[in-house]
Design a protein around this ligand. Structure first.
Ligand SMILES: *[C@@H]1O[C@H](CO)[C@@H](O)[C@H](O)[C@H]1NC(C)=O
Ligand SMILES: *[C@@H]1O[C@H](CO)[C@@H](O)[C@H](O)[C@H]1NC(C)=O
Ligand SMILES: *[C@@H]1O[C@H](CO)[C@@H](O)[C@H](O)[C@H]1NC(C)=O
Ligand SMILES: *[C@@H]1O[C@H](CO)[C@@H](O)[C@H](O)[C@H]1NC(C)=O
Length: 502
């Protein structure tokens, strides 16, 4: 039985690797097996989104106190499950690394061992919090440990691929914070949350770095919302999670500038009329700033095509889309002009609402900060946000880095010469980077707060159930979540709404 005896610092537990060539777990952390202390038989590491110890509450920026855990299942399915080690891959890696390092550092016999003993399946165990869980920063989210004493080095070999979970976590977390903003203003200006899931539409497909990014990022946004134009996310969800609905995200026909400008500058009205008539029974979004958004709202929508618009039903409204200028000013002016032509009603909260056949979507320059400014501006001008929605692209899927939530993977426990050792790092230059010690578990206290227990203390009965569940063991995925479960875990809680409204 492993005993906890003493504590070392991270010099014994080296940092992450260099040298990732391709998304293949057999290509990472290549030289570490030579660096651990002799007779190491287990390496245990964990992932967290570090919490700032020193709080600068004056900082006006969004705090991201809690993160949405999402995306591990994708990585496990796509890269880690099953027979991922093959003789061909070993030979290829051996050749590449001989050149890459100009030395024979690749542990060929280590990989052959995995091939022979495990038929190429990875002898590691991963325990994780359920997908979709909303967990305060600074808590363990998943742990990884080797299950074969000879493969102690494998734990941090898979670090690089696993830490890429920062991306779906960060997209889902940032999108959820925007949902909170929208929920708050919807409650304040409409008195209900109708349509909340359609208020922030994913416009990010073209702004991401790759097709894979599009799929992962769009699926992460769909944890919180249902509107998307990044259809790659639908494929990811169906393939790696599954939903009860045929598709987890929806959209409406929408014009783009080419479909308007192809008619020529003098024929914007004809373009609008044609497109509106093409889609009589579903909402249709029409970009209206090709030449002059204000003229388009006042003259074309408000006069020339007014009766055509008035004849549309609440299920098939015209959605006017401005796409340039200062977002808040433009939206306010558009609403003002439309409001003169299509008189608004006052809702039960005393805010103005356009008639049901016309709405506005702002999809330019929208990020979490401008979103907050726009909804606040609308509220101040007594417009309800029930009939405006938003589109967000680059800011939703691409303008994010691993630093936003300080996602990190650190070793906290090793077994050397049969003895368990709690390890951690504590860099003198940054106390925020101190890592956790020993075997970890996550618990929910009776007051609802989450707590991470270090040094194996969670094994004591008094702390109740560990919220980390084994999801992967020795090459097999042993627990999965449907996308409906993910959404349910991530939904806005009653107490969060109450807090927002105070
Ligand atoms: C490793 O284990 C062997 C066998 O138990 C022992 O002889 C040796 O001293 C150990 N090496 C170190 C550095 O502890
Ligand atoms: C998180 O990352 C940012 C940017 O690198 C850094 O300024 C901040 O100190 C980090 N916070 C923690 C808790 O590590
Ligand atoms: C290579 O991997 C094998 C099997 O995991 C391990 O037993 C061995 O110690 C490693 N080789 C070296 C030189 O560390
Ligand atoms: C406002 O939008 C909601 C949600 O999209 C819709 O159900 C409702 O009919 C609209 N109300 C008005 C008055 O346009």
């Amino acid at each position: 039985k492993e005993q906890h005896t003493h504590t070392l610092t991270e010099t014994t537990c080296p940092q992450q690797g260099r040298g990732e060539l391709e998304p293949n777990p057999a290509t990472q952390g290549v030289t570490h097996y030579k660096q651990y202390p002799p007779n190491t038989s287990k390496v245990y590491s964990y992932f967290e989104c570090r919490e700032k110890k020193t709080d600068s509450t004056k900082d006006k920026k969004v705090k991201y106190d809690k993160t949405v855990f999402y995306g591990l299942q994708y990585i496990l399915h796509k890269y880690l499950k099953g027979k991922v080690v093959t003789p061909e891959k070993i030979q290829e890696a051996k050749k590449v690394y001989r050149e890459h390092f100009q030395d024979d550092v690749f542990n060929e016999s280590g990989w052959n061992y995995i091939l022979q003993e495990y038929d190429g399946h990875l002898p590691i165990e991963i325990k994780a919090v359920p997908e979709g869980s909303v967990i305060p920063r600074g808590n363990v989210l998943f742990t990884v440990e080797s299950t074969d004493p000879k493969c102690y080095w494998l734990t941090n070999w898979v670090e690089t691929i696993l830490v890429q979970i920062w991306y779906p976590i960060t997209v889902a977390t940032n999108s959820r914070e925007q949902k909170k903003i929208l929920a708050k203003y919807l409650m304040e200006t409409a008195g209900n949350l109708d349509g909340l899931e359609y208020k922030l539409h994913d416009f990010g497909y073209r702004g991401v770095s790759s097709q894979e990014t599009a799929g992962i990022g769009a699926s992460a946004h769909l944890v919180n919302f249902k509107g998307t134009d990044t259809v790659a996310g639908i494929g990811v969800i169906k393939k790696f999670y599954g939903t009860k609905d045929p598709v987890p995200g929806f959209s409406v026909p929408a014009a783009e500038h080419s479909t308007i400008t192809a008619w020529g500058k003098d024929h914007e009205k004809d373009a609008f009329e044609h497109i509106v008539k093409q889609f009589p029974s579903v909402p249709v979004s029409i970009v209206s700033d090709s030449y002059d958004i204000y003229n388009a709202c006042e003259k074309i929508w408000g006069e020339d095509l007014r009766s055509l618009i008035e004849s549309r039903s609440a299920d098939a409204p015209l959605v006017v889309r401005p796409d340039s200028g200062n977002p808040l000013d433009t939206v306010l002016k558009v609403l003002d002009i439309l409001g003169k032509k299509f008189p608004p009603k006052e809702n039960s909260r005393g805010y103005k609402v356009l008639p049901p056949y016309i709405r506005v979507i702002q999809g330019d320059g929208v990020d979490i900060n401008t979103l907050q400014e726009i909804v606040e501006g609308l509220k101040q001008h007594r417009w309800s946000i029930e009939n405006i929605s938003f589109g967000s692209g680059g800011a939703l899927l691409q303008k994010l880095t691993r630093d936003l939530l300080n996602c990190s993977f650190k070793c906290s426990y090793v077994v050397t010469n049969g003895q368990g050792v709690n390890v951690f790092k504590d860099p003198v230059a940054d106390p925020n980077k101190r890592s956790k010690k020993g075997r970890l578990s996550l618990h929910r206290k009776p007051n609802g707060h989450f707590v991470t227990l270090e040094e194996g203390k969670g094994e004591l009965e008094e702390y109740g159930e560990d919220l980390l569940h084994t999801v992967f063991r020795n090459g097999r995925i042993v627990k999965t979540y449907t996308f409906d479960e993910v959404r349910d875990n991530a939904k806005l809680k009653e107490y969060e709404l109450e807090k927002l409204l105070n």
